[in-house]
Design a protein around this ligand. Structure first.
Ligand code: FES
Length: 238
């Protein structure tokens, strides 16, 4: 364990843990959009900036990528930090002006108007969906494409991704709610990736409840006990 100082107060933390997580563990709020405890850190949204203390010139760093070490001292709410976060949010807001979460966060940071032209596709390029698909699901069905302002998240060649199993993890983890999923008859569609999957039906009530591709992956990855009946019955009939 090491001692870190946040806003003048000492905290014990596991060496190497990311400062953002240490702060959150101790009830210190730092705004963040591209960080998730169970995924690798990306440092893409830059909202989690904090100020390193004890430097001649103050320096701002992303707390989600900053591993803690003995004696590390940061400040999370200085005027410089707040100003930098406002500037960052002024760039994020036009990308997802319809997202309730982004609008609320923007208001909390003191940003109320879109000062750049709206790009409006709802994606803020936080990469949570990309990392979740790769690191949690193991499908790697989507990735970043292009650079700079043209950067997008897409399936390979912008075609229907065969490796997408329709689990919906990307839908759930997206902070702006821009990845939509719909189910109709025995099909599930992940609309943003143009992915359509057939669903397995419950052997008891007949209701489609899980994409067949997901059933296949669960069956292959299951160790003991085998999934058996759990994959034959929908959650309501189990
Ligand atoms: Fe740290 Fe996005 S949460 S850069």
């Amino acid at each position: 364990m090491v001692t870190v100082i946040i806003n003048g107060k000492k905290y014990q933390a596991e060496e190497g843990r990311k400062l953002l997580q240490v702060a959150l563990d101790n009830g210190i709020e730092i705004p963040h959009l591209c960080y998730h405890e169970n995924l690798s850190s990306y440092g893409g949204c830059r909202l989690c900036l904090v100020e390193l203390a004890g430097r001649k010139k103050s320096s701002l760093v992303t707390s989600c990528t900053l591993p803690v070490s003995e004696g590390l001292e940061v400040k999370t709410d200085t005027p410089q930090v707040k100003k930098a976060r406002r500037l960052v949010m002024e760039m994020i807001l036009p990308q997802a002006p319809d997202s309730l979460r982004i609008r609320v966060l923007a208001r909390e940071l003191g940003v109320s108007a879109v000062s750049f032209p709206s790009e409006g596709d709802g994606c803020i390029r936080c990469g949570l969906c990309v990392r979740a698909c790769e690191e949690l699901v193991g499908a790697g069905a989507i990735s970043f494409a292009s650079r700079g302002s043209a950067r997008t998240v897409e399936p390979p060649f912008a075609e229907e991704p065969e490796s997408c199993i329709g689990c919906g993890t990307c839908v759930v983890i997206c902070p702006t709610d821009c990845i939509k999923m719909e189910e109709r008859d025995d099909e599930r569609k992940i609309i943003r990736w143009k992915r359509t999957l057939k669903m397995k039906s419950c052997v008891r009530c007949g209701r489609p409840f899980l994409p067949l591709a997901m059933v296949d992956v669960i069956t292959r990855r299951s160790t003991s006990p085998p999934p058996g009946e759990r994959l034959e019955l929908c959650p309501d009939c189990r």
